[in-house]
Structures are given as C-alpha cells and as structure tokens.
Design a protein. Sequence first.
Length: 109
Amino acid sequence: MRLSSDDMLKIKMYFFNEGVCLVEDRSDEPHPELNICNNEVKKMFKSLVSRGIARKVFVWRHSYFFLTPAGIDMLREELCLEEQDMPRTHVDTTHGRMEQVENVIAKGE
C-alpha cells in the first residue's frame, strides 16, 4: 500500500490546519474528513509520530494524533507556510472573549 503524494499533502495540510486528528481503527472505511482509507491515514501518522511531528494516544479503537510544537515548525517548513500560520488548537481565542466580558461588566448588565 502506497499513498499518493496528493493524499500525503492532503493529510499534512489537514493535520496542520486542525492540530489534531482522530483515526478509527477500521481499515476498510474511509476517513470521514479526508476521504482516504483509515489504514492509509494510520500508516501516514505512524511516520509522523516516528519523526516527532505528532504524538499518539490510543483509546477504545480510536487513535488521537496531536501536533507537537516541533511538528508545527517541521510541517510549516515542508508545506511552505508562513510564520503566522498556526493550527486551530494553538490559536489564542481568549483575548476576544475577555473584551466581550469586560464590555458586559462596563455596561452593568
């Protein structure tokens, strides 16, 4: 079984954009987000884990893959992304929420 370079790029882009990926332990079904066979996605992530790009947690027939801080830099370089591009799981969204809370407090609501 060999992944095409388009599928490898698709997996890496998805993983970088999301920062996490869930892969079910069912080799015959396609991955719901990537539309690539789960077994092929697992093999790709096995390579990413061995290179230190991802970290794996296995629970009840599900593999959870998390992007490591070193993996962010490695994938950013491989995918030719800019420095400000960050995965969703690493974007700080609390700043906007704090402003909303401060506005509500200031209005006395």
